[in-house]
Design a protein around this ligand. Structure first.
Ligand SMILES: [Zn+2]
Length: 440
């Protein structure tokens, strides 16, 4: 008889080792290891490896492969459909993460109601709040539908029983941290539980062709309590950026087996819940106030150009080490841009604190905003406002020249649509003469 394999797993980060450890070498947690039984070891094995070792597949000419078209149905929410790549895919498992209070439950209750209104059976499993509390919210959101069912349950086995009783097409699990499997001794929210429950939900989704959305709370440390073990198990991962203090909430795709991950969804919290934001293009900047330290740029979020206001504050430093701090922009890149200003334009910034803020809670991940950041810094330093009739598009290189960015046509078009009359950008551009009059 083969010797029984022993495996231990950290309940905070999911590290598995053949030996028990008092302190995890990966996440430094104490007393976080439990021993996995054979079934749990099997789940770990199946969910950790993406390759299917053992079964031999034969290579097929690409010409002989039939394309598989993904069927989708609409969530009746424009922004959610967009970030999902066109709608909900039956049989898919989607994780929606975000800080508590950002609007995950509200959004999914509304979407569940939308889907129920088309005649599909929808199950909302609540492990966080009572069915009565969800009902109150449904009243407020005007989300009562005959085929929207609530189940107040935290035991996975009981949820599975409910799924045998009625044909559901859409299921919401609120939240993954509260659901537990009775077959596992560790606490709800621990790595082993979260993985086991997600594994079962994945199986159910595929077997019954049900779309399942699971809500995961993200702790302050940035993990879905404990770790992000779920990410590689599910089909789609969406995260809410920012927190409940922001007017606009951004849902960003991080993984999507059925579409691109570059799209974002923009939502706003209204009385009727978290719904698709309207008139997004004019929401991230304020053209009426002209103040020193503010400059406009256009960034691309997926296929969507968004005009953003970049703010800078340059103030005399009273400490030996001047502060450089950016919110929504990379700190290292800010330091590089500041060094450039000193070297190339001889602006003596070393004795000044520099703060950068991007409005609307958006994080800029592309270099196209460099020029606007520089403009905002100089504007604040000189205490001279920049006209809101001007927009800045361009990457700034280490040697100090302005470089062209991609999708420049789409960006300029967006500026035009918002009646912005001047664009500052790199000299050479691919957009030929299309906007000739505009560049002037
Ligand atoms: Zn650990």
């Amino acid at each position: 008889m083969a010797k029984k394999k022993i495996l231990f797993e950290c309940q905070h980060c999911g590290l598995t080792t053949p030996k028990w450890m008092g302190k995890c070498t990966n996440c430094a947690s104490w007393d976080s290891f439990i021993e996995l039984n054979e079934h749990q070891q099997e789940v770990v094995k199946q969910t950790k490896s993406t390759s299917s070792a053992g079964s031999k597949a034969k290579a097929v000419s690409i010409n002989d492969i039939e394309e598989s078209e993904v069927y989708r149905y609409s969530s009746l929410d424009k922004e959610l459909d967009g970030v999902l790549g066109g709608g909900i895919v039956p049989g898919s498992l989607t994780l929606i993460g975000g800080s508590p209070g950002v609007g995950k439950s509200t959004l999914l209750l509304k979407v569940g109601s939308n889907i129920a209104s088309t005649g599909k059976n929808v199950l909302y499993v609540t492990g966080e709040e009572s069915a009565g509390q969800i009902k109150l919210r449904a009243n407020r959101l005007n989300s009562n539908q005959d085929s929207l069912y609530l189940l107040s349950e935290i035991r996975l086995e009981q949820i599975l029983v409910e799924l045998d009783d009625r044909n559901y097409e859409f299921i919401i699990i609120d939240s993954i941290q509260t659901i537990y499997s009775e077959g596992i001794t560790s606490a709800p929210g621990s790595v082993t539980q979260v993985r086991q429950v997600t594994f079962e939900l994945m199986r159910i989704a595929k077997e019954k062709d049900i779309a399942i959305f699971i809500i995961g709370h993200i702790t302050k440390e940035g993990s879905i309590a404990g770790p992000r073990v779920l990410e590689h198990m599910v089909d789609t991962v969406l995260y809410f950026e920012g927190d409940s203090s922001q007017e606009l909430r951004i849902l960003r795709g991080f993984k999507n087996r059925f579409g691109a991950t570059s799209e974002i969804g923009v939502f706003e919290m209204r009385q009727e819940g978290l719904i698709s934001a309207t008139d997004i293009s004019s929401r991230f900047f304020n053209r009426d106030s002209e103040q020193a330290g503010s400059a406009l740029t256009v960034i691309m979020e997926g296929s969507r150009p968004i005009i953003l206001e970049v703010q800078a504050l340059v103030s005399e430093s009273h400490t030996p080490n001047s502060k450089r701090q950016a919110t929504g922009f990379d700190n290292n890149r800010l330091n590089m841009l500041l060094a450039l200003l000193e070297r190339k334009l001889e602006i003596p910034l070393s004795g000044y604190d520099v703060f950068i803020n991007i409005t609307g809670g958006i994080k800029i991940t592309e270099t196209a905003a460099d020029l606007a950041i520089l403009a905002a810094i100089i504007s604040s330093f000189r205490d001279r406002a920049i006209s809101k009739e001007t927009i800045f598009i361009g990457e700034v290189s280490l040697v100090g020249d302005v470089r062209e960015v991609y999708a420049v046509d789409a960006r300029i078009k967006e500026a035009q649509m918002q009646n912005i009359s001047k664009v500052l950008l790199a000299k050479k551009t691919t957009s030929k003469n299309k906007y000739e009059n505009f560049y002037r």
